[in-house]
Design a protein around this ligand. Structure first.
Ligand code: PLP
Length: 372
């Protein structure tokens, strides 16, 4: 069976974890944490980076930093993972769902403005499949209405918008190192802070509402409770694992991007002939080999394809269920239709894509798909 995903091991993970364990400091914010954060700040031009235990946690930190209060409204796409919404709902926000683009599962930038009200506080674009949303459009709406932009860059490591790394454009951004992402630590995430206003407070929220980070830098002579927060930082063991992956990011990305192009070249003609949508990379974006997907005209065709692949030993999977129709939120959302999101829910399928996928595997998958 060709699995849908297989986490990549560089081979150095155990070595660095061993070093972390025997260094005697295994709680958070040690040497490996700082190495990983520094790597992100330099490579992706972030003002400040903080490792977190997940992208969900990084988004929760964003919601706290944005000072989201009950009754505030936050604009997000309906076609996304639960966490994009949940992090803000926990602060009392009302989620206003906007539809996906017709040509791409990302948020339809043109539709955002009609949902901005007096209560709107933030827009949370999701760079689906590591393909950038049109950030100039989103940032200009935000500056016009004085809103914050929080990039859900969970899938977007190493991808760019007009040459700028995703995660470096919004006021805040969140990355994921869940095992299904390009770079992983099992569970893990990172908060990017690109606006000076949030830097000091972010460290306090990260460390259980205390100024412990300042204390360890010797900037204050004792530390105490100064704000809300939680234990958002991972242990050094997790950071050590992550560091092994980050060291190899060039090679990991090269391989993933080449698999992505092999799918693209092998499927584009068939897709055109059969009315199947394959990923579109806008001129302003560079993709990161996170995901290759097909969108069929109808849900039954998608389901049949998943079945056919399964019968040939290939595990392909569908993706998000529109959040506006979720059990938890549908009553609050009401009846407003969000058709493109529903279409991706019904008709999108993701193909296997991971470092160890061989050229033969990809050839076989393409052959099975294109065989009528
Ligand atoms: C994976 C993912 C998340 C959640 O990441 P975790 O690290 O598992 O919390 C959030 N948003 C999107 C778009 C994702 O793909």
């Amino acid at each position: 069976m060709i699995p849908f995903n297989k986490p990549y091991l560089t081979g150095k993970e155990m070595h660095y974890m061993y070093q972390a364990v025997y260094s005697g400091t295994i709680s958070g914010n040690g040497i490996y944490t700082k190495k990983c954060q520094h790597f992100f700040e330099e490579r992706y031009r972030l003002k400040k980076a903080l490792l977190t235990t997940s992208c969900t946690d990084a988004l929760e930190m964003c919601a706290i930093l944005a000072d989201i209060k009950p009754g505030d409204e936050v604009i997000i796409p309906s076609y996304t993972f639960v966490s994009t919404a949940l992090a803000f709902v926990r602060q009392g926000a009302k989620i206003i769902f906007v539809d996906s683009r017709y040509d791409h599962p990302g948020i339809d930038e043109e539709k955002i403005v009609e949902y901005v009200t007096q209560k709107t506080r933030a827009i949370v674009p999701v760079h689906y499949a590591g393909v950038a949303c049109d950030m100039d459009k989103i940032m200009s709406i935000a500056s016009k209405y004085n809103l914050l932009v929080i990039e859900d860059a969970a899938q977007a490591i190493d991808a760019t918008y007009k040459g700028n790394p995703l995660g470096s454009i919004g006021h805040l951004a969140a990355f994921s190192f869940h095992e299904t992402k390009n770079i992983t630590s099992g569970e893990g995430g990172l908060l990017a802070i690109n606006d000076d206003r949030f830097i000091k407070r972010s460290e306090i929220i990260w460390e259980k509402g205390t100024n412990r980070a300042e204390f360890y830098r010797g900037e204050v002579d004792k530390y105490g409770w100064c704000d809300t927060g939680s234990s958002f930082l991972p242990s050094e063991i997790t950071a050590a694992y992550l560091w092994a992956q980050l060291e190899n990011i060039g090679e990991i990305q090269k391989k993933r991007v080449s698999i992505w192009w092999k799918y693209y070249e092998g499927l584009k003609e068939w897709a055109g002939d059969n009315g199947v949508q394959i990923p579109v990379i806008p001129e302003y974006a560079s993709q990161n080999g996170h995901m290759f997907y097909l969108v069929f005209k109808r849900g039954e065709q998608r389901n049949k394809m998943i079945e056919k692949l399964k019968n040939n030993g290939i595990h392909a999977v569908f993706h998000y269920l529109s959040l506006h129709k979720s059990k938890y939120y549908k009553e609050i959302h009401g009846n407003r239709e969000i058709p493109n999101s529903d279409h991706y829910t019904d008709a999108l399928v993701r193909l296997p894509l991971y470092y160890d996928l061989t050229e033969n595997d990809v050839d076989k998958i393409i052959e099975v798909i294109t065989l009528s």
